[in-house]
Design a protein. Structure first.
Lengths: 205, 73
């Protein structure tokens, strides 16, 4: 029996034993552990990569991951709407990080893109490749940690750059049904565009 | 039949598919190209591209985490 098969056989009982141990300390932590494992498994099996969702669509006309990201955004927008609405009804403060779009958003997006292209992936694909045993990604992880530390240290400056414009919470302006419908039309429209782009045959030899 | 090799070990996306496309384009008909990569996403990228181009290919994991895709043209 090769090493890989032995690890594959030992991993599920080991994960279950850890979950059992955690459950005694805190059921919530045990649940998070299992959720993390499931997420990691799904990410790895699907080779999910947000960088590829953009890059492969533009370079190769392959929009499979683009549509996967759109689906993830649609699902998380809908479920976050439920979380926010429940909080508002019970009188709790609005959950989520609401910031106005500013020059800081553009600068941050460019910095993120400039790091992600040579690394060949973003944060989640770095973690899944590390789990896969891709040692090169230890360096990428070191870069992510260093960048996050520098960003956290610098955060007040970026916040001041965002200016005094108040963030807009769309449901407060146009209501929940219109917001959700608008989001679904947007994501659906983009998915439709992605299919059109792929059929157009941008990947000819 | 001649088989050419393309060593892409250590290359990250999108380099593997870009170089595979260029190598397949330069390949004379009736010959084969053996691509080796250690980047899992590139394996899916390259095999999907082959399917769309209707190029027959054979995929094997030759070592742990190293894949070989032999593409026929």
């Amino acid at each position: 029996m090769n090493r890989k098969r032995i690890v594959a056989l030992l991993a599920p009982p080991a994960a279950a034993a850890i979950a059992f141990g955690l459950f005694h300390a805190s059921p919530k932590v045990a649940l998070l552990w299992l959720l993390g494992l499931a997420l990691g498994f799904g990410l790895h099996r699907s080779r999910f990569c947000v960088a590829a969702a953009f890059r492969d669509a533009i370079l190769f006309g392959d929009t499979g991951l683009t549509r996967a990201v759109l689906l993830a955004l649609a699902l998380s927008s809908a479920s976050f709407a439920i979380i926010q609405q429940k909080a508002l009804v019970s009188g709790a403060p609005l959950p989520g990080n609401l910031y106005p779009i500013s020059a800081a958003t553009v600068a941050g997006a460019l910095l993120f893109g400039a790091g992600l292209v040579p690394a060949g992936g973003c944060a989640c694909s770095t973690l899944l490749r590390l789990g896969e045993g891709h040692a090169l990604y230890l360096w990428v992880l070191a870069g992510i940690v260093a960048g996050s530390l520098a960003g956290a240290y610098h955060f007040p400056w970026w916040e001041s750059l965002a200016g005094r414009m108040a963030p807009v919470h769309l449901p407060a302006v146009i209501g929940w049904p219109a917001t959700l419908a608008g989001e679904m039309v947007l994501f659906g429209g983009l998915a439709f565009l992605a299919v059109w782009w792929e059929r157009r045959g941008a990947n000819e030899l | 039949m001649t088989t050419h090799t393309l060593d892409l070990l250590g290359e990250v996306c999108p380099v593997p598919l870009l170089r595979t496309k260029a190598a397949v384009t330069a390949l004379p008909a009736g010959q084969a190209l053996a691509v080796e990569t250690d980047f899992a996403r590139a394996v899916r990228n390259i095999t999907q591209w082959c399917s769309r181009q209707e190029l027959p290919y054979e995929l094997t994991e030759i070592r742990d985490g190293v894949w070989q895709i032999v593409i026929q043209k």
